[in-house]
Design a protein around this ligand. Structure first.
Ligand code: F3S
Length: 276
């Protein structure tokens, strides 16, 4: 059995930064809260929680407490709690997501309408929408675009959006009424991982995509791999592989989403090596 690991598999810069900050601040603070799940990976957040981090989805009853802001970011109103409730916010928002917040904030204040291309349920999109008073037009495909009137529009993307969706929405917008300013805010970490699996998946018998089931970029890696290698599976951890007969595959490819830690990837590689 040959095991091939995709280039750029695992932690991206923004997730690594958030986890490093969380480890550091958990050690320094007796009580530390995280507003929502810090990153979309249960193994990592369970480990942080076992070291004392407290996850909460409701900040309304907290005062004078340190709180981590998740890597996906939050809306403007959460930052106002620093003064309203004396919260000490420790901002683990990925700097690339922060950049989207700045673009949206600046253009909204200049009177632009904001178009956000992405999944409206995803925390990153909910956070971005919070920088334009939750008035953004959120679409995940060209078919969801409403009829637009003349006016100024600022267009941004979820950082993990597939480039094909960005391009197809842009094509329609360019033929619509209105003045558009486009900001391709897709993160290169996402496109690099997608590019790497496009090369790897067609060359293997089985593709294993490792990452959280809620992780948007992991799910997109899975979709791309599945198109190029019908035998593709998505797992979060090694124990999920035990039921699958791995020995029948000659070449196994591995990739992992941007919030998957190296130790989870390594556990799976070691498991496969042990089968050989
Ligand atoms: Fe940030 Fe890009 Fe990762 S936006 S969290 S570096 S996928």
């Amino acid at each position: 059995m040959i095991i091939k690991v995709a280039e750029k598999a695992g932690f991206c810069f923004g997730v690594k930064r958030a986890v490093d900050m969380a480890v550091d601040f958990t050690a320094k603070n007796e009580k530390l809260y995280s507003y929502g799940q810090l990153i979309h990976n249960d193994q990592v957040t369970e480990k942080l929680e076992s070291n004392g981090l407290i996850k909460t989805d409701d900040l309304s009853n907290l005062e004078n407490q340190p709180v981590l802001i998740r890597s996906h970011g939050v809306g403007k109103e959460v930052y106002e709690l620093e003064t309203k409730q004396s919260l000490e916010l420790i901002d683990c928002t990925c700097p690339f997501v922060k950049k989207v917040h700045r673009i949206v904030d600046e253009h909204y204040n200049k009177g632009y309408r904001i178009i956000i291309i992405g999944n409206k349920e995803h925390p990153e999109i909910i956070g971005i929408n919070g920088w334009c008073e939750n008035e953004g037009i959120i679409v995940s495909s060209p078919a969801e675009l409403p009829t637009l009137d003349e006016g100024n529009y600022c267009v941004v993307a979820q950082t993990t959006l597939k480039i094909e969706i960005w391009t197809s929405v842009l094509e329609i917008l360019k033929q619509s009424k209105g003045h558009f300013e486009f900001f391709n805010t897709i993160c290169s970490a996402t496109s690099e991982r997608q590019e790497a699996v496009r090369k790897l998946a067609p060359t293997v018998d089985l593709m294993i995509v490792i990452g959280g089931y809620h992780s948007s970029n992991t799910r997109k890696l899975y979709e791309i791999c599945k198109e190029l290698c019908p035998e593709t599976i998505h797992v979060e951890k090694k124990s999920e592989l035990v039921m699958t007969n791995m020995k029948k595959y000659d070449i196994i490819g591995i990739t992992a989403g941007a919030s998957t830690p190296n130790w989870v990837i390594q556990e799976i590689i070691d498991f496969l090596k042990d089968l050989q």
